[in-house]
Design a protein around this ligand. Structure first.
Ligand code: BV8
Ligand code: ZN
Length: 249
């Protein structure tokens, strides 16, 4: 694997010839839109809490009001952000190639940029379901100004159960449909871009290995080295908003 702070001709050649591109994105893809990554210190009310400790069934069962409020804070924050040049470049690329986004992110920035093939491996901040009967609810939550005192999650109209965010918590299985679509998209593309992920969370972090084993060129875009860097053909020490508009020409 070669690491580079500019884009080598090889990478430009590969993406130019590619008919089908798959993008595996992580929290770093949203960072330049102002959404904190999981590894950043959270800002404001949540800075003293570890996101990975809150995104668990145990945290929910222990204190649903607190976990619900954390998601309402994130929901409110993401709604105030906008896609950056990297998101827009990926959406634009659809006019000249097949582009499939497989994202670990629960925000909707890829969709808001105009990407039309987005698979959410870990669910969405904007989808909800009853924790008891799994009845699905649309995004009619009150995420008004994050409040100092946590408030209870709304109740299910069908069974009275608590409504939870429809995201995948640590220790929960990934939904089969986006997972299978993600594996298929990685397995059958001409080039895989791995953007803004620390490569620590499985099974998502195992996807680049599929491309590597098939000899599919893999380009990592991350200012830092990650455990995935060595599996990638080239690792660009660049940010998503800088590298993607150049690659996606
Ligand atoms: C599962 C949704 C089967 C919620 C998320 C013990 C018990 C149970 C399971 C496990 C266990 N031990 C291990 C596991 C498996 C576990 C796991 O992998 N744990 C890790 C921590 C070791 N995985 C699971 O539990 C998964 N389920 O395995 O089910 C099972 C079932 C039962 C029992 C056993 C197994 C479920 C994982 C999904 C968890 N949900 N999100 C929510 O968002 O609230 S994960 C969440 O964290 C994100 O979705 C994302 O996936 C992850 C954060 O990772 P990244 O996206 O990579 O972000 P991060 O902040 O880490 O890194 C950012 C990167 O961007 C950095 O590298 C940085 O350098 C870079 N960057 C920064 N700025 C930029 C940039 N890059 C480019 N441009 C920039 N500008
Ligand atoms: Zn219910």
């Amino acid at each position: 694997m070669a690491a580079s702070s500019s884009i080598p001709d090889f990478a430009l050649e590969v993406v130019k010839k590619a008919d089908s591109i798959t993008v595996l994105s992580g929290a770093g893809m949203s960072a330049e839109s102002g959404v904190p990554t999981f590894r950043d210190a959270q800002t404001g009310l949540w800075e003293r809490f570890d996101a990975a400790a809150l995104a668990t069934p145990e945290a929910w069962n222990r204190d649903p009001d607190f976990v619900w409020s954390w998601y309402m804070w994130r929901h409110h924050l993401v709604r105030a952000t906008a896609p950056h040049a990297g998101h827009l470049a990926l959406a634009q690329w659809e006019h000249s190639a097949d582009v499939t986004i497989v994202t670990q992110n629960v925000d909707d920035l890829h969709e808001r940029a105009g990407s039309s093939h987005v698979h959410h491996l870990h669910g969405s901040l904007f989808h909800f379901r009853c924790a008891q009967c799994s009845f699905a609810y649309s995004d009619e939550v009150d995420d008004s100004e994050p409040h100092e005192s946590p408030r209870p999650p709304p109740r299910c109209q069908r069974c009275g159960g608590q409504i939870r965010p429809d995201v995948v918590w640590f220790g929960e299985m990934l939904p089969s449909k986006p997972w299978e679509a993600g594996v298929q998209a990685v397995d059958s593309c001409d080039v895989l871009l791995v953007v803004g992920t620390s490569g620590l969370v499985y099974p998502a972090a195992g996807l680049p290995q599929i491309a590597h084993e098939k000899g599919i060129p893999t380009i990592e875009i991350n200012p830092d080295e990650t455990p995935l860097s060595r599996e990638c053909t080239v690792s660009l020490r660049m940010s998503a908003a800088t590298a993607l508009p150049i690659l996606a020409r």
